[in-house]
Design a protein around this ligand. Structure first.
Ligand code: MN3
Length: 224
């Protein structure tokens, strides 16, 4: 099984003016594609069993990946999984806001939706270097939401959290339009968040089957 670059569910110009077409084209067709290609190349020398596994399984089970390709697999499986989630939680000008249980969980965790957005922007803008800013739910199925940042392509899945929202703060995500003004990019991004999709991730996030079909999580717990 080769890992595949997913098709976007919207046109690359559809997130304008919040994310420009040229950035989307480079980000999806070049950057994300390069992680998928590099992951496939790294796995060519791996045991066949590993070649059949999904990228999130590989992230959970890096100890089963041969040491000579482990770093390469970690970076590129992470890049693949993270970008897949990013494309999924955006949609053209939904201009929506969280509803229902998700809205209640955001209010309970951060005080209000406005406060949550400021905290998320602040976390993303203060991350040093390249990485990601996340809204996550603990995998123990509590409704408590937390904002996290990770560097490189690390994913909170392997730290006991289920991501429900993410933004990419690598420069390639915003530099053409916003140059070095990462805060401006984060602040202007909200109109293209697909809160229906985030709500779906929130509601299913107790169910790890959705994220990986087999294996063990970072705490060594078996899920099936
Ligand atoms: Mn990126």
């Amino acid at each position: 099984m080769k890992h595949m670059l997913p098709l976007l569910l919207y046109d690359k110009s559809a997130l304008e003016p919040y994310i420009d077409e040229r950035t989307m084209t480079l980000h999806h067709d070049v950057h994300h594609a390069s992680y998928v290609d590099a992951l496939n190349i790294a796995l060519e020398s791996a045991p066949e069993l590993l070649q059949e596994k999904k990228a999130d399984w590989l992230l959970f089970n890096l100890d089963k990946v041969p040491e000579n390709i482990r770093t390469e697999v970690s970076h590129n499986a992470g890049g693949h999984v993270n970008h897949c989630l990013l494309w999924r939680i955006m949609y053209p000008q939904t201009a929506s806001v969280p509803q229902g249980q998700l809205a209640a969980a955001i209010n309970a965790s951060f005080g209000s939706f406005e406060k949550f957005k400021l905290r998320f922007e602040d976390a993303g803008s203060h991350l040093f270097g390249s990485g990601w800013v996340w809204l996550v739910k603990a995998q123990n199925n509590s409704n408590k939401l937390t904002i996290l940042t990770t560097t490189g392509h690390d994913n909170p899945l392997t730290q006991g959290y289920t991501p429900i929202l993410v933004n990419d703060v690598w420069e390639h995500a915003y530099y053409l339009k916003h140059e070095s003004r990462r805060m401006e990019y984060l602040h202007n991004w909200w109109p293209v968040v697909n809160w229906d999709e985030v709500a779906e991730l929130f509601e299913e996030s107790g169910d790890i089957v959705e994220l990986s079909s087999e294996g063990t999580n970072a705490n060594g717990q078996k899920f099936e």
